[in-house]
Design a protein around this ligand. Structure first.
Ligand code: IYR
Length: 219
């Protein structure tokens, strides 16, 4: 694959506009929350297509875009995923997770039950490609976790931008997703993200985010 260099088309904003835009975006992103209570209100497929294409604009090692977004709207497949996820989570909460881990999760109020996996209109299951297969040949991918992690960040921001809510869900272990969704050997499940509208009366834990001082060091 050849990528000849072409002129870049920059955006032009004044310093005041840059300041306004950075502030407005931060204010908007501060309103994003991970939700565990979803409405079953449908969302048009085209909205999810746009969100996925936004995620796929993420930078990636050697521009390999080493991701596959599996989009599940079929209730039967959602039920299979819910049953398998709950089976794993029952084991995790029932002894696989350490005492410290369970204590850290207690304030958030999670447990092994995952009803949202059937209720949310769409599940996006992100797979990372450990390597690519091109014409039967194995081709390397680079910085796969970094690349797919950034794509997931873009995905969550795009979901929020559309006024929808999501949960970054990590049933553990996640191999059942590879089996249920019949993914090839080079793809590994990375995150399971239900997408929808919040249920009426949905609640979120009253958590605080770290301050600028707590998250940054400047020179
Ligand atoms: N995968 C489990 C446990 C869990 C782990 C972390 I770290 C969280 O921030 C939340 C949950 C579950 O989804 O319940």
């Amino acid at each position: 694959m050849e990528y000849p260099h072409i002129p870049f088309s920059p955006l032009h904003f004044t310093e005041a506009e840059t300041l306004d835009r950075s502030k407005a975006f931060h204010d908007y992103m501060e309103r994003r929350r991970s939700l565990r209570f979803f409405s079953d209100k449908p969302i048009p497929k085209e909205v999810i297509e746009n969100i996925v294409m936004t995620a796929s604009t993420a930078p990636s090692g050697a521009h390999k875009q080493p991701w596959t977004f599996c989009i599940v709207g079929d209730p039967a497949v959602k039920s299979k995923i819910k049953d398998a996820a709950e089976e794993e989570e029952r084991e995790s909460y029932g002894g696989r997770m350490s005492e410290e881990w369970l204590q850290d999760l207690a304030p958030i109020g999670t447990d092994w039950q995952k009803p949202f996996l059937e209720i949310a209109p769409w599940l996006i299951i992100v797979f990372k490609k450990a390597y690519e297969i091109e014409g039967g040949e194995r081709r390397k991918c680079y910085y796969v976790n970094e690349s797919v992690g950034i794509a997931c960040g873009f995905l969550l921001a795009a979901i929020h931008q559309a006024g929808l809510v999501s949960l970054t869900h990590t049933p553990s272990p996640m191999n059942f997703l590879q089996r249920i969704l019949d993914r090839p050997e080079n793809e590994r499940p990375f995150l399971l993200i239900p997408v929808g509208y919040p249920a009426e009366g949905a609640t979120v834990p009253d958590l605080r985010r770290k301050t600028l001082d707590q998250v940054s060091v400047w020179w």
